[in-house]
Design a binder for this molecule. Structure first.
Ligand code: BG6
Length: 515
């Protein structure tokens, strides 16, 4: 297949970006990995891009002991570690607005000190009532923290003006339908749904948001975006990393809970949903939920035929030896947790009836590759067969999410020379080539939206409920510790049973590829 270089046309750019209003952020789990690697640098980047309001403060809260000054130094170090060298005057401007409170999540006194500190900071930084409580802590603590905040008078659900007091909850949001329901109820006792921002960082990725622009800002794709023209859809999130330092969490979660229930189903919803009437949060989220409701319910027989799970064994990634999953730190030596899931799903509605959606995600695969590939139907009749040419391949449209962001479309065209000579060409657009540099990290988008009170890219409670209920039969069957995931060697592209899932339909997984 040959590539056609992209031509960058002079563009008409229509951008809508709004700067953050005044706001204070209180981060629980401040000494944890997520905050240190992602959050702090994302808030700093918002400042650097001129999107953060000058009337702003950030309070780190955790069990580790720091003074304000020590925490400021630590925050500076984290930002430099994530972003490299940054202007020191800008960094100072940021860290001057950073504070720290140490405490025990179980103690009322902790929330009282937070309440006292932020009421003082609200005045000093003039944040006009804008507050975000960011829970970057293990899910077990969500209930304790929201209750503590409420008792200290910091939540105010349902009262006018309270929408500017928000709570951000990281995934995993529950581990099954029941626990997600319980968690929703607990949080709802203290915060209203309009105040709750459930993060799925995939929805903050530029190229994932682009699915909506691509589909609904063009006329040429929507008419063919249905069962009449599309043969099947493949959604892949392949990772070359293993469980890293998160073995303890991961061994209790597995790929189905960690990636499938949220990121994979979220992307499926965006690819397949109906056009919303407007880009308003609830219009978009209504359509996502409607789509999830249309996914054909699974039966236990369906789980066996339409879901495959795997677990990696020792192998090589980029030439380096890596251990098998069961030898990872904090992982049970006889663990039956899956590190790979492949599935075939159907969406029972007029647009998609009988079009298979193949989804797969796994750790320690050959390469990092996240993409959504739409394979169109083959031409109904080829006039070139009589001229000696075989069956022609179908057109494929690929949305490359990472590591390189872009879109490509393959099609057939005549090659110069012989009278009848056809080849597959690929037209590709790469974000880096066209717009230069890396797109902003997903957390920047999500934090900014949260400050702005825009819930479009956050998961609503009904979405959480439907996705968990869809997966209940799978969770139930895989709970049985006597049945094991299939093994695959670290560094492989796929394995026999995962291949069979799609090959039994006469199709193939796309090779894991760079753009
Ligand atoms: C997280 C999962 O939500 O997403 C991780 O918990 C996974 O296990 C990560 O590695 C992948 O995110 P990204 O942005 O690197 O594709």
């Amino acid at each position: 297949m040959s590539d056609i270089c992209p031509t960058v046309l002079p563009q008409e750019i229509a951008c809508a970006e709004v700067n953050a209003p005044p706001c204070g952020i209180v981060v629980f789990g401040a000494s944890g990995d997520l905050v240190r690697r992602k959050l702090l640098s994302s808030v700093f980047e918002l400042l650097r891009r001129g999107l953060l309001n000058e009337n702003f403060y950030l309070v780190g809260c955790s069990r580790s002991s720091f003074s304000d000054e020590q925490y400021r130094t630590d925050v500076g170090d984290c930002i430099r570690e994530s972003l490299g060298d940054v202007p020191s005057d800008l960094l100072r401007r940021f860290t001057d607005k950073v504070y720290y409170i140490v405490g025990d999540y179980e103690q009322e006194s902790f929330y009282k000190s937070i309440a006292a500190k932020i009421s003082q900071l609200d005045g000093e930084h003039n944040v006009e009532g804008g507050r975000i409580f960011y829970l970057a802590v293990p899910p077990l603590l969500y209930g304790t923290i929201v209750e503590g905040l409420d008792k200290a008078g910091l939540s105010c659900p349902g009262k006018p003006g309270c929408e500017r007091i928000r709570v951000v909850v990281e995934k995993p949001f529950g581990r099954d339908l029941k626990s997600a329901d319980d968690l929703n109820q607990t949080i709802h006792r203290h915060f209203g749904e309009r105040q709750i921002y459930r993060i799925d960082h995939y929805l903050g990725k530029e190229t994932v948001q682009n699915i909506l622009m691509f589909r609904f800002a063009n006329t040429i794709f929507e008419p063919v975006w249905n069962r009449n023209f599309i043969d099947h859809v493949q959604i892949t999130i392949a990772e070359s990393v293993g469980v890293e330092h998160r073995g303890g969490y991961y061994d209790n979660a597995g790929a189905l809970r960690d990636m499938f229930q949220n990121h994979m189903l979220g992307m499926l919803a965006l690819v397949a949903m109906e056009p919303p009437p407007s880009f308003e949060a609830d219009h978009v989220r209504d359509e996502k939920v409607k789509l999830l409701r249309c996914i054909r319910p699974l039966t236990s027989q369906g789980v066996n035929s339409d879901f495959v799970r795997g677990q990696y064994t020792a192998g090589r990634i980029d030439g380096q030896k890596v251990c098998g999953y069961r030898h990872e730190p904090k992982v049970d030596a006889v663990s039956t947790t899956e590190t790979y899931v492949a599935a075939r799903l159907f969406v029972d509605n007029w647009r998609w009836q009988d079009v298979p959606f193949y989804l797969r995600t796994g750790k320690r695969l050959a390469r990092k590759d996240t993409e959504i590939a739409i394979t169109f139907k083959k031409i109904p009749h080829s006039m070139f067969v009589s001229a000696g040419l075989p069956d022609l391949p179908a057109n494929t449209l690929v949305m490359h999410i990472q590591p390189e962001e872009g879109i490509s479309l393959s099609f057939q065209a005549k090659r110069p020379g012989s009278k009848v000579c056809i080849g597959t060409l690929r037209m590709k657009f790469s974000y880096a080539e066209v717009f230069g540099g890396e797109p902003p990290d997903a957390y920047q988008r999500l934090l900014l939206d949260c400050m702005l009170g825009d819930q479009t890219l956050f998961t609503r409670q009904d979405d959480v409920k439907i996705s968990w209920s869809l997966l209940e039969p799978v969770l139930k069957m895989w709970e049985d510790k006597s049945s094991m995931p299939y093994e695959y060697r670290a560094g492989s592209e796929s394995f026999l049973q995962a291949d069979r899932l799609i090959e039994s339909d006469g199709r193939k997984w796309r090779p894991l590829s760079e753009i």
